[in-house]
Design a binder for this molecule. Structure first.
Ligand code: NAD
Ligand code: UDP
Length: 389
């Protein structure tokens, strides 16, 4: 239960209950943030989304201890005049709404650009005009490729952190050519970051920008053919979970050589909570939120997920657990990739004293236990269904 009396911020000041307009509250990150806000704080959430399946458990029975502190508003922010009113009613707006699955960036570049830039514009404008604080979700993809990726494969400087660690206030944003439409998302996110930053500089907007580095955990995306389209391609956690649930080899795009650092959603949510409740330390900042200690290649991720899944499900491992697939075959024309993503933690450490805790093995164990419990039966039934003739 939320305690309303004893909560203090990082400087020892009491935390007053606030109202938060959370746009995209029905998604993966939004659902975890709502859960945390309801169970551990006295804050109120105006939850805006076109879907609410992932937060239904927080909304339904009136008897829940937080009843009255969360309201769902089914609104598409592209065209709904109610948005400004909700932002005005709130003390803080958190914008999570976006198209953010790589399979869409090169196949639906217009929707991607509109969603990540154009649709976010009124949110920034309403916050600025009404003097409301904004926490905007950007992405680690804003960094694009590392400087080191342009050096020859065996060049010693590739091992130098100066050539690959991604720093909010130092690293450049390096995207591929326009025909590589993969970068439509990163470019749209970069422009909205620049706009928010400029609103801060010229009009005094109080903002915080979050750059998530591969947050993963329960409720991320969907399992194709179960709670999402059969032909849909979610992010890697759900793709590999789907393969494991179906007992088919995990597909390694271009050999799975790209590197990522994965962070457990619950660790990342702690960082967002600190931003919400410590405005004086978070305003005007851009924060990397990731776990630099959890780096693997995508191939290593596939191997670890296979091992963990066998442990939690009791299913035997496949004889051939992975297959290589070309990016063109998997994602289509115009795909490109970030080679390596290690977040620098200096700024978030200095401002909020935050550090991630959970190892990759532990976060996969709890996440795949959830995936198995939630989906194994439904996948079995989907596989058993006779194909319509
Ligand atoms: P998600 O797709 O699960 O959630 C996004 C939510 O926004 C969805 O529920 C969707 O219905 C909603 N939405 C989209 N367009 C909308 C509209 N026009 N009107 C109303 N609602 C709309 O994604 P997520 O993983 O929760 O990501 C949230 C944010 O974090 C996004 O901005 C994303 O770019 C950013 N991000 C996330 C990660 C990660 O690791 N999960 C990494 C980088 C960036
Ligand atoms: N990937 C893969 N197989 C899959 C899905 C993704 O090899 O079934 C790779 C993808 O090419 C990328 C990495 O996994 O290199 C992470 O992909 P994700 O969709 O999670 O998003 P990204 O980190 O690229 O934003």
């Amino acid at each position: 239960m939320a305690s309303t009396t004893s909560r203090v911020d990082l400087d020892g000041n009491p935390i007053k209950p606030i109202t938060i307009c959370m746009i995209g509250a029905g998604g993966f990150i939004g659902s975890h943030l709502c859960e945390k806000l309801m169970s551990e704080t006295p804050h109120t959430v105006l939850a805006v989304d076109v879907y609410n399946d992932k937060i239904k458990h927080l909304l339904e029975p009136d008897s829940l201890p937080w009843a009255g502190r969360i309201q769902f508003h089914r609104i598409n922010i592209k065209h709904d005049s109610r948005l400004e009113g909700l932002i005005k009613m709130a003390d803080l707006t958190i914008n999570l709404a976006a198209i953010c699955t790589p399979a869409d960036y090169n196949t639906r570049p217009l929707d991607t650009i509109y969603s990540n830039f154009i649709d976010a514009l009124p949110v920034v404008k309403y916050c600025s005009e009404n003097n409301k604080r904004l926490i905007h979700f950007s992405t680690c993809e804003i960094y694009g490729k590392t400087i080191g990726s342009f050096l020859p494969k065996d060049h010693p400087l590739r091992q130098d952190p100066e050539f690959y660690v991604l720093k909010e206030d130092v690293s450049p944003c390096i995207f591929g050519p326009i025909e590589k439409q993969r970068w439509s998302y990163a470019c749209a996110k970069q422009l909205i970051e620049r706009l928010i930053y400029a609103e801060g500089a010229e009009n005094g907007l109080e903002f915080t920008i979050v750059r998530p580095f591969n947050w993963i955990g329960p409720r991320m995306d969907f399992i194709p053919g179960v709670d999402g389209p059969s032909e849909g391609v979610p992010r890697v956690l759900a793709c590999f979970s789907n393969n494991l649930l179906r007992g088919e080899p995990l597909k390694l795009v271009d050999g799975g050589q790209s590197q990522r650092t994965f962070i457990y959603i619950k660790d990342a949510i702690e960082a967002v909570m600190l931003m919400i409740e410590n405005p004086a330390r978070a305003n005007g900042q851009i924060f990397n939120v990731g776990n630099p200690n959890n780096e693997v290649t995508v191939k290593q991720l596939a191997e670890m997920m296979t091992e963990v899944y066998c442990k939690v499900s009791g299913e035997p491992s496949l004889e051939v657990p992975t297959v290589d697939v070309s990016s063109k075959e998997f994602y289509g024309e115009g795909y490109d990739d970030s080679d390596k993503r290690i977040p620098d933690m200096t700024i978030i450490n200095r401002q909020l004293g935050w550090n991630p805790k959970t190892s990759l093995w532990d976060l996969l164990e709890s996440t795949l236990t959830y995936q198995h419990r939630t989906y194994a039966e439904a996948v079995k039934q989907a596989i058993a269904k006779p194909v319509a003739s």
